[in-house]
Design a protein around this ligand. Structure first.
Ligand SMILES: [Cu+2]
Length: 244
């Protein structure tokens, strides 16, 4: 009501203030995404698969394995898994399973009820490698889809898939006692389930950010300079406009 400040060019002040606020808001909006996105995750990555991704093998082997760049988190003991479902899983489907590819791309629409999962028993984590034994008896020739889920060392879970081709059907079941519980892939028999070494204590101490000036930081700096230049330009225009 009783502001006395309206002397010279009454409208330039509000307009100038509004322009400045707008510039600041625009600058903040420009920079905000980079500030949030800066600590990009850099967990381990898939190094190799057996069978090789997109490779060809004679027939479906007795196991598949995947090796990552760093040690994986061991699956929880079965009685501690949510809904009895391990967070470390490898499923292997043959070509008759039309929706296998959807399990990653569009899991909600994947119908694998009629599919045969050749996985036999639980996936076993050994350092950076996860191995899944297969029941390959009578497994047909054709393309196989391996759908996997692991938990990286930093606690992040990941699910992906790969395919390989079996040139011919696997041999008919041999009566060999391969199903007896033995450490399939680890040659050291000392690694048989001993006292669980409490890997289940969730490693929440993992630092959330991998520090380091990456591309986002550079973009933020450049963005800041641009915003400062913008503000300087606007202030210059205001000052110029206020001159008679
Ligand atoms: Cu991660």
């Amino acid at each position: 009501m009783s502001f006395v400040k309206h002397r010279d060019s009454p409208h330039s002040h509000p307009r100038a203030a509004r322009a400045l606020v707008a510039a600041l808001v625009a600058g903040a909006a420009l920079l905000a995404p980079f500030a949030v996105a800066a600590p990009a995750a850099a967990h381990s990555s898939l190094v190799s698969t057996t069978p090789e991704t997109d490779g060809t093998v004679a027939a479906l082997p007795a196991e598949v394995s995947l090796t990552f760049s760093d040690d994986l988190t061991e699956p929880l003991p079965e009685d501690q898994q949510a809904g009895g479902r391990s967070n470390t899983q490898v499923q292997v489907y043959d070509a008759s399973c039309e929706d296998a590819g959807l399990l990653i791309a569009d899991p909600g629409h994947a119908d694998t009820r009629d599919c045969t999962d050749y996985a036999s028993g639980n996936a076993v984590v050994d350092g950076p490698t996860v191995t899944q034994a297969l029941d390959n008896a009578n497994a047909p020739a054709g393309v196989y889809t391996v759908v996997w889920q692991v938990v990286y060392g930093d606690g992040h879970a990941d699910s992906q898939m790969f395919t390989f081709t079996a040139e011919s059907a696997a041999a008919t079941p041999s009566p060999e006692p391969t199903s007896t519980p033995d450490p399939t892939s680890s040659p050291a028999p000392s690694e048989v389930p001993s006292a669980p070494t409490e890997t289940d204590a969730p490693d929440a101490s993992a630092p959330p950010a991998d520090s380091g000036l990456g591309t986002p930081a550079i973009i933020a700096i450049v963005g800041g300079i641009v915003v400062l230049a913008l503000i300087a330009f606007i202030v210059t225009m205001i000052v110029r406009a206020r001159r008679p």
